[in-house]
Ligand binder design. Sequence first.
Ligand code: ADP
Ligand code: TRP
Length: 321
Amino acid sequence: MRILTGLQPSGKLHLGNYFSAIKKMLEYQANNELFLFVANLHSLTTIKDPNLQRSNTYDAVLDLLALGIDPNRSVFWVQSEVPEVTEVTWYLSMVITTSQLSLAHSFKDKTAKGFTPSAGLYNYPILMAADILSFQSDKVPVGKDQKQHLEFARDMAIRFNTEFGEVFKIPEPDIDENTAIIPGVDGAKMSKSYGNTINFFDSEKELKKSIMSIVSDSAGVDEAKDPDTSVIYSIYSLFLDKTQQEELKERFRTPGLRYGDVKKELLDKVLEHFSTFRTKREELASKPDLVHEVLESGKTKAKAAIAPTLEKLRSKLGLIL
Ligand code: ADP
Ligand code: TRP
């Protein structure tokens, strides 16, 4: 089965991304054909500084490779290096109306946050559909916020196939409605836009600062504490198996526990869990030639995968003389 997903390079990766999205990609990689790209054409809609664009994209590449995306097993590339998707975007823009696009939540959300209401931002769902459909993906794992984009993509595929003849596979969304929302240090959903993240590739000093700032209630050392309402517990438990989770719950319920001590343990857990990834990341950062080779090979594979669909599209649309 072909699984495809894109990740916008819009900031540092955090525990929320890792325990929901990235772990899932790694699981898929083990048993399926994974197509994964860094969606830098999408991030053009919100990032205007070219230096930031470049460094974010490169960081995302290093992060994903360090975390275990294996370019020999998966097809891994940077979106802008396969500009064929922009050609497909144009073709797909013939089978979606402006009134449909005007219903996109993402456009409303982003413009409400102050981003320029550019045509690029408005057409974002068409580019995303092109990403998905060009590679004949079977399944697309995304977060809940991307649900409508997936519906648009399916719609465009069905409409195109009906109007011009079968070209596209109809992709299935893979949205885990039950994925727990991982809280940030302030207890709200961990998110870059809230500034409440724990970024696992930060330095030890920065990590310590984030972890020490996790909110807790005012229960004294000699009082029992409730793990079920504790943000520290929610985050710590991500690193534990079922038995260890029960043990930690018991420690919370037993008077004597100091939040400060638990936070120090959590810091150790984070450092331990990501230590090999961190080393790998440093290694990759010191070998830019290797990283570029990996991207070159990903680009070649992605171009080969998109070519037959492009041929079909041009032919169905009457563009081949
Ligand atoms: P952010 O909210 O930090 O901008 P993104 O929207 O880039 O994060 O999310 C990338 C992926 O990580 C998505 O699949 C999203 O569902 C997942 N994700 C992000 N934050 C959390 C969280 N706090 N809990 C669970 N999953 C999350
Ligand atoms: N829009 C997605 C997000 O913000 C990223 C993305 C771009 C994507 N193209 C995609 C996800 C194709 C899945 C498939 O998270």
